[in-house]
Design a protein around this ligand. Structure first.
Ligand code: GLY
Ligand code: MN
Ligand code: MN
Length: 445
């Protein structure tokens, strides 16, 4: 079982940034039906989880500095429902085991919220996410305002998005969170190595996905942190290809974008390798260019550097390389300035990573990229995608899609690649493809 981070410390950190008349109100995400009366497995909202470790649906959390800062609304105990869906801690459990100072049934929100909101001038709340929650809050403010006419206590008049404070805190990972992220990375590394060894012409993309899923769960993860991509051949040019239905063919590259979620934190890794274990010359040329861009970008992930420096580094290397190999024509600075490179490189070079695969935290302010700080974790994932029908591209490159993605921690010194264990240079990748055993680097039998 993953060690849980100290969620009381997360709450204390947030509360320390709030004035006496500020509060935070968060709701958990809805529990969706998959079809008919079958539900998707519930996965807690990351803000709620980061502040409380609460994992069940129908939850709201209210935090305000004071003697009893932490109020939780949650599903009430219900022996009949619990027989079907498992034990509910209920408000009693929330107080006894989750550290809540006060807890009430979720159904009692409308009753208690007006009282809690009295005297709150600034509320941190995500308007526009869920209509029902907005209505409930506005109704509660209305009630509180009526009471305020008599008791003189104010009601919220200023609203801040959780992005401004809470997400800035989540952006900087502490040591406990990094332990979980390192474990997510370890399992992800093992799964990618296994996939390289086992994928082969004649196997189907979904079969390779199943091996990845197996290792994620076998090694203690909860499963993929996002939909796994196993894309053979030109399928790799579809950026969010997740159907994973096709047979791998001799001569195909295989692009796998898969990350294990462990203790709610996810890795996010992409590797591209030859199904038959040997890059063709055109595949190798594009691969080495993407790799060169990735290494240049990783080198820019340093404290004090602007976040965008890694993207700028990747774009420059990719553009220079595309001119060299005849994918683009023209002067490099102009191709960059006019964004001509976007014909083959359409996405950004990375994103924050943590509880969410595209994790929270601003990338900059007022159009300016923010400086990186130790503890921030991002992906670095340049790629090139040359459509099979692209008549502007030399024929040998058509249908090649390559991305290389690692998870990189900003430190006081050199960037730390949490996922460095997945083979990356051409020789290492080909060797991993030749490996007879897919099951290496695992801790459990
Ligand atoms: N796997 C999603 C991404 O790389 O952003
Ligand atoms: Mn990514
Ligand atoms: Mn990815």
């Amino acid at each position: 079982m993953p060690q849980r981070p100290d969620f009381a410390a997360h709450r204390a950190q947030l509360l320390a940034h709030l004035a006496e008349d500020e509060a935070v109100l968060l709701f958990g995400g809805p529990h969706h039906l998959r079809n008919a009366d079958s539900e998707y497995r519930y996965r807690a909202d990351s803000d709620i989880y980061w502040l409380s470790a609460w994992e069940d649906p129908e939850v709201a959390l209210f935090l305000r500095p004071g003697d009893e800062p932490f109020t939780l609304f949650c599903q009430a105990r219900d022996p009949e429902r619990e027989q079907w869906t498992g034990v509910r801690p209920g408000p009693e459990g929330a107080i006894a085991e989750w550290g809540a100072d006060a807890a009430y049934p979720y159904d009692a929100l409308a009753e208690h919220l007006p009282r809690l909101l009295q005297g709150v001038a600034t509320l941190h709340y995500a308007f526009g996410r869920e209509h029902q929650h907005d209505l409930l809050l506005l109704g509660a403010i209305n009630k509180a305002a009526k009471a305020a006419r008599h008791n003189g206590l104010g009601v919220p008049e200023t609203f801040h998005s959780p992005r401004l404070l809470l997400h800035e805190l989540r952006l900087r990972k502490n040591d406990e969170e990094l332990l979980l992220l390192r474990e997510a990375a370890r399992i992800t590394v093992a799964a990618h190595k296994a996939a390289m060894a086992w994928a082969a012409p004649g196997r189907f993309e979904y079969q390779v996905e199943s091996l990845i899923d197996f290792i994620f769960r076998k090694e203690g993860g909860t499963g993929p942190g996002y939909n796994t991509i196993v894309a053979g051949g030109a399928n790799a040019c579809v950026l969010h290809y997740t159907s994973n239905t096709q047979e791998l063919r001799d001569g195909d590259l295989v692009l796998i974008d898969a990350g294990c979620e462990y203790g709610y934190y996810t890795a996010d890794v992409t590797r591209t390798f030859p199904a038959n274990g040997k890059f063709t010359e055109p595949q190798r040329q594009i691969y080495e260019l993407v790799l060169k861009a990735q290494l240049a970008a990783i080198d820019a992930v340093r404290a004090g550097q602007p976040y965008n420096a890694m993207h700028d580094a990747a774009v420059r290397v990719l553009t220079e390389g595309m001119v060299e190999i005849g994918l683009l024509e023209g002067e490099v600075d102009t191709l960059i300035h006019e964004e001509t490179y976007k014909k083959y490189y359409v996405h950004g070079t990375g994103h924050w990573l943590g509880l969410d695969v595209h994790d929270v935290g601003a990338y900059g302010r007022k159009g300016e990229s923010r400086p990186l700080e130790p503890g921030m974790l991002c992906t670095v994932e340049p790629g090139l995608y040359i459509g099979p029908e692209d008549e502007d591209a030399p024929e040998a490159f058509r249908g090649i899609g390559i991305r290389i993605e690692d998870d990189v921690l900003v430190t006081d010194g050199d960037p730390e690649i949490l996922t460095a264990g997945v083979p990356k240079d051409v020789e290492a990748v080909e060797e991993a493809c030749r490996s007879a055993t897919p099951f290496t680097g695992m801790v459990s039998d």
